[in-house]
Design a protein around this ligand. Structure first.
Ligand code: ADP
Length: 663
């Protein structure tokens, strides 16, 4: 701030209106890409999970199918051995029943074992046959003889078609042939219940995970392991249910997707973090934009203030509470002649303090630093770098920082040397002019004085001559002598008064205002000009109201004003015909004061002259000074009075003087 090496104004101009858009666009792009990647990841995880679950389903179904096959094969083996033993004739009576019951128990999924003789006749059934079994219109024979024949012909187990039986169950048979000496000797038939088969072969965990359906060749549901409906979209697999049925199918449907808590938790966390990041980026962007706007406003403000400071002619100087300079503006540097770098950081005494005023300045500085806010201006003598002394007027104001703390003083310094010189010159000039004016008036007075004094002196002389003549003739009576002597002394007093008035008039003195009667003043002034008026052939007509109020005035000064105005009026009537040379001096009460008017029949005042009449040195006379009216107005203003003029009806001018009454 203190060294304006780089122009902040230029910096402010160089700063763009808005921050460039591409970083924001890039940020937005990255954000979108990030969100897309997160979305893709979540989708991939989901798909993978689905695939895994489908694969598990398929492998479970294949395992189950395998299980069914194994069970069928084992059962067929057991039935085969039973059939072979029977064909060999090793079973009869009680052993046959016991063996058949054991085989029935061991073959999972079967409800009954039927033993047929080689000719197809039933040898026995375990448990025994119980009435009508099958349902439907074309009730098949149980066990089916055609299947038995086929099995005997093929020499291997053959399965029958599935058919519905009483109780909503589905049943099918396996016919296992047995031979004796190469000829069919018996057929063991295992009657399977689909319900029992599903109940015994399908493990519990499978039933919990999946719905297991058995469908016929038309896709109709024959039997289901559970009554609860599974959701189709959760996963489904179907395999052929061979060998038992022809066209039967096993359909496995997963109840629901397995919910895996950890991946979901991970996904939710990632999504939450992504949202938080997006939000924080948005907040950051808003913050950056507002900071940018604030910074720009600050730079604009700084540039404006800097320009304002640089244009100042008043020196500015900031100091901390210890008096150390913290800032100076260019005007101050120009004033004292030291560069800012040499002044900033300096503590008193300052290089611009003249040595001869050092003690006073140190004391004044202490006073300024301790002064409360709103100190009055202080006039001091400072020194320029070239040694020249100058007068400085300093105003100090407290410096308040952003936290509202008083941290120093800001001083404005005005170089008043020139103003001082001009004022001094004007004052001296004015004094000189006033003195000159008095001298001129005095010169004029001298001749008037001669006239004035002539009269009383002539009277004194004639009275004393008369007395002497009378005394020589011895005719002088004592009362005549007293009379003559008193007239003599009256004339001598008058002469003395004239001289004293002139003395008072010429003496340079400060105005001494006091309560004065106006009438005496008017009479004195008229008396002073009496002789001159007579000489010029001017008739002085006095028109004064009685009981005029007293006025607070310097009598000598106001008399000077009146004399000057009367004399100007007589001058103006120089070329006026003698009968018209009358000068009216009117005195009357006006409000609480008194107004005097001097009316002449002179040459009048031309309009182009009227404006300049009161200017110093304005005169139309060959030997005039042009200071009279100027001084007169100053004197009237000093008395809070007024001086003005107007044209007089019938020719000439009227000058008015107003003197306010005593308060
Ligand atoms: P000065 O008498 O030395 O000229 P003043 O200031 O007294 O200086 O007067 C300035 C001018 O005003 C005079 O020169 C004169 O032209 C004009 N003036 C003053 N009084 C009258 C008047 N009564 N009639 C006409 N002109 C006047």
């Amino acid at each position: 701030m203190t060294s304006p090496a780089t122009s902040p104004a230029q910096a402010a101009v160089a700063m763009p209106e808005r921050p460039s858009a591409w970083p924001w666009a890039l940020q937005r792009l990255f954000l979108l890409a990030f969100l897309a990647a997160i979305g893709g990841l979540i989708w991939l995880l989901y798909q993978r999970d689905r695939d895994e679950q489908q694969a598990t389903l398929v492998s479970d179904v294949l395992w189950l199918e395998q299980n069914f096959h194994l069970q069928f094969e084992r059962n067929a083996e057991l039935l085969q051995r039973f059939g072979d033993d029977y064909a060999a004739g090793s079973l009869d009576g009680a052993t046959l029943d016991a063996r058949a019951a054991a085989v029935r128990r061991l073959t999972q999924g079967t409800t009954q074992i039927v033993l047929l003789e080689g000719d197809g006749k039933e040898r026995g059934a375990w448990p025994p046959m119980a009435g009508e079994l099958t349902v439907g219109e074309a009730q098949p024979e149980v066990p089916a003889p055609a299947v038995a024949r086929l099995a005997a012909a093929l020499g291997r187990p053959v399965y029958s078609n599935a058919y519905a039986v009483v109780g909503g169950d589905i049943q099918f048979e396996v016919h296992v042939p047995a031979y004796r000496n190469g000829r069919p000797a018996a057929t063991v038939v295992g009657l399977y219940s689909l319900r029992k088969m599903l109940g015994e072969v399908v493990p519990w965990w499978f039933a919990e995970k999946y719905q297991l359906n058995v469908l016929d060749s038309g896709g109709n549901l024959l039997m289901s392991k559970t009554q609860v409906e599974a959701r189709r979209d959760a996963g489904l697999h179907q395999v052929a249910f061979d060998p038992p049925g022809h066209g039967l199918a096993l359909q496995v449907v997963a109840f629901h997707h397995e919910t895996r808590v950890l991946p979901i938790l991970l996904v939710v966390t990632i999504a939450g973090l992504a949202s938080a990041m997006t939000w924080s980026l948005w907040v950051l962007r808003r913050h950056v934009l507002s900071r940018y706007a604030a910074e720009k406003a600050l730079r604009d403000e700084y540039a404006f203030r800097k320009a304002m400071e640089d244009s100042l002619h008043t020196g500015l100087r900031a100091r901390d509470l210890q008096g150390r300079v913290t800032y100076v503006n260019p005007a101050f540097c120009r004033m004292v002649g030291w560069p800012a770098e040499e002044l900033v950081g300096r503590a008193p005494p300052m290089p611009y303090w003249p040595p001869e005023h050092m003690d006073f300045l140190i004391e004044a500085n202490q006073r300024l630093l301790g002064a409360p806010a709103g100190t009055q201006g202080l006039e001091l003598k400072f020194m320029r770098h070239n040694g020249e002394r100058f007068d400085a007027l300093i105003y100090e104001a407290p410096l308040i920082d952003a936290a509202g703390r008083h941290c120093g003083w800001m001083g404005s310094v005005v170089d008043i040397t020139e103003r001082r010189r001009t004022e001094e010159f004007a004052r001296a000039q004015q004094e000189r002019l006033q003195f000159t004016a008095r001298l001129v008036t005095m010169g004029e007075l001298a001749s008037a004085l001669a006239h004035e004094l002539n009269q009383p002196l002539a009277a004194i002389s004639s009275y004393s001559t008369g007395c002497m003549n009378r005394a020589e003739q011895g005719l002088l009576k004592p009362e005549e002598l007293r009379d003559a002597l008193s007239k003599l002394s009256a004339q001598a007093r008058r002469a003395g008064q004239i001289i004293r008035r002139v003395h008072d008039f010429v003496r340079r003195s400060e105005p001494r205002r006091e309560q004065q009667p106006v009438a005496a003043l008017v009479e004195d002034a008229a008396g002073l000009l009496e002789a001159d008026a007579r000489r010029r052939g001017v008739a002085l007509v006095l028109d004064m109201e009685p009981d005029l109020p007293q006025v607070n005035m310097d009598r000598v000064m106001i008399e000077q004003v009146l004399v000057n105005i009367l004399r100007n009026a007589m001058d103006a009537m120089q070329d006026t015909a003698p009968p018209d040379r009358a000068l009216h001096l009117g005195v009357r009460r006006s409000g609480s004061g008194v107004e005097l008017s001097v009316a002449d029949r002179g040459c009048g005042i031309a309009p182009e002259v009227a404006n300049r009449l009161f200017d110093a040195f304005f005169t139309t006379k060959r030997d005039g000074m042009g200071m009279g009216l100027n001084i007169c107005r100053s004197i009237m203003e000093l008395h809070h009075g007024k001086l003005w003029f107007e044209a007089r009806d019938g020719g000439g001018t009227v000058f008015h003087l107003y003197l306010p009454g005593a308060d």
